[in-house]
Design a protein around this ligand. Structure first.
Ligand SMILES: [Zn+2]
Length: 128
């Protein structure tokens, strides 16, 4: 079985536009998170998070910073996936499962245009 993209040019263009929109939105989010983190750390003159257990404020600060970091990591993760999806579009391998080489379900790509695994392989991966 040959593995080639099963999408028409029109479908690919639509999906590419969605990826670009999503990418712009995530970059906005990242900027917001970074601005927020920056203004928070400015109030901390040492520039380091204190782990002193008696300092309740530092604990709260650490928690909020970590929450921001985990959101930031998610956003960066997603941006990486979008980046790779756009590269695959350029290479003509978009919509092909990177594990089994079969076409990824179109409905799945409509919902999540940046995925690179078919449903079966994505489920297998999340079970690990
Ligand atoms: Zn697969």
């Amino acid at each position: 079985m040959t593995t080639k993209s099963t999408h028409t040019k029109k479908e690919l263009d639509d999906l590419r536009q969605r990826l670009l929109d999503e990418q712009a939105e995530l970059n906005d989010q990242l900027t917001t998170i970074e601005e927020t983190s920056f203004s928070t750390s400015q109030s901390d003159l040492s520039g380091e998070v204190s782990f002193d257990e008696e300092n309740a404020d530092a604990g709260t600060f650490t928690f909020e910073r970590e929450r921001d970091l985990s959101i930031e990591n998610n956003v960066r993760d997603l941006l990486g996936k979008i980046d790779r999806a756009l590269t695959r579009m350029d290479e003509g391998t978009y919509g092909i499962c990177s594990r089994c080489g079969k076409p990824i379900e179109k409905a799945r790509l409509k919902a999540l245009p940046y995925v690179d695994l078919c449903i079966k392989d994505a489920q297998a991966q999340s079970r690990r």
